[in-house]
Design a protein around this ligand. Structure first.
Ligand code: CP3
Length: 344
């Protein structure tokens, strides 16, 4: 028997001498080979829905760097599209969707049972990846968390403070909660199909969890993550789940216990020393180098990488950035980071 994959060992709670490493957005515009394949596909969404090319860009950073995990190339906004929202990307600006601000808008969405018609190419990408990835590389599937997905579906775009979603929550809670429930149900089915196609771990991205406070955090960040995790584990016993309640701050404390996730991904607004003490006590953590180091590089990149590895060395840890790598990053800095992780 070959040794179990390092990421799966860390997720099972093992403290490894060297943490496994991968990077959010590791298939992305900082890589010339990604830009070439994206140009071949035509645009970002065409790339997501083209299984051969989506598998190709997923594999590019694995070939170049030998990361311990590959993350399926797709986007958290494909689920809203599959639920019936219009979706397009404006170059240089980001995603745009039809908005949901009333019961009538919500009623235009389709049933969860219909999502797979749109999402089938994504499951095909997962199948291709499972047959093409090296034996030691873990395949991670993902979806957005209901709150983060809802913020885009309500506002029709990314917003700095998620004000439109907060407004719907406060002024028309019935529609807001119906939307959260629809997304939650869709996410369970979407992730289940990714697992059936070969995803070995799933990650739930709650990029805007930090704007939920107090009871709202409990109801709309913790509770959906708990429901999704429980449903997935009931259907697929043993499937590891990574939760990423970005910028949750003190909300990271107890998150794994409250939701049942196997690992909590940390952004870089919390220090590794703090998180080792308050979050890693409950199990595996992932993170949390500031992605700006991938642009600036130098000795600071090496020092900070080693400091994070050291801070988390007493427990299970998967090395990652605190958020996605940006298009202006230098590909050589990624190699420096990996070298620093692997020879500390
Ligand atoms: O991490 C990975 O490499 C896996 C693939 C992945 C993408 N997006 C590819 C992508 C994942 C996990 C996501 C998640 C995602 N998408 C989130 C949550 C995580 C986060 O970053 O906060 C959100 C909020 C989105 C929605 C979205 N998609 C935005 C805001 C943008 C940025 C638009 C831009 O032009 O920068 C995207 C586009 C996107 N998703 C790109 C990639 C590689 C860039 C697209 C391109 O090639 O032009």
């Amino acid at each position: 028997m070959p040794p179990r994959k390092t990421i799966l060992r860390a997720l099972a709670g093992e403290t490894l001498p060297t943490p496994p490493v991968w990077m959010m957005r590791q298939a992305g515009r900082y890589l010339p080979e990604y830009r070439a394949t994206r140009a071949q596909a035509g645009d970002f969404l065409s790339l997501c829905y083209n299984p051969e090319l989506a598998a190709e860009v997923t594999l590019q950073p694995i070939r170049r760097y030998g990361f311990d995990a590959a993350i399926l190339f797709a986007d958290i906004l494909l689920l809203p599209q599959a639920l019936g929202a219009d979706l397009w990307f404006v170059t240089g600006e980001g995603p745009r969707l039809s908005t949901i601000t009333s019961q009538a808008d919500f009623d235009k969405l389709g049933p969860v049972g219909d999502i797979h018609e749109t999402l089938n190419p994504i499951y095909e990408t997962v199948r291709i990846l499972r047959s093409e990835l090296p034996d030691e590389t873990t395949l991670i599937g993902f979806a957005g968390a209901p709150w983060t997905v809802a913020t885009y579906m309500i506002a029709g775009r990314g917003t700095p403070d998620q004000a439109p979603a907060h407004a719907l929550k406060n002024e028309n809670r019935a529609v807001f909660e119906a939307l959260m429930d629809r997304i939650t149900e869709g996410t369970i089915d979407y992730l289940s199909k990714q697992i059936e196609a070969g995803a070995e771990v799933v990650k739930i991205f709650d990029s805007w969890a930090g704007s939920l406070k107090g009871d709202d955090f409990r109801k709309y960040a913790l509770e959906p993550a708990r429901v999704i995790t429980a449903a997935l584990k009931a259907k697929h016993p043993g499937i590891p789940v990574i939760g990423f309640p970005r910028e949750a701050g003190d909300g990271y404390i107890g998150f794994a216990k409250a939701t049942g996730v196997d690992c909590v991904a940390l952004d870089n607004s919390v220090s590794a020393d703090w998180a080792a003490k308050h979050v890693q006590v409950d199990g595996c953590v992932q993170g949390n180098l500031a992605s700006t180091h991938m642009v600036t590089g130098g000795q600071a990149l090496v020092d900070e990488t080693k400091a994070i590895v050291r801070a988390f060395s007493g427990g299970p840890h998967i090395f990652n950035l605190g958020h996605g790598i940006t298009p202006d990053a230098d590909p050589d800095n990624v190699q420096r980071m990996i070298d620093a992780v692997r020879d500390t």
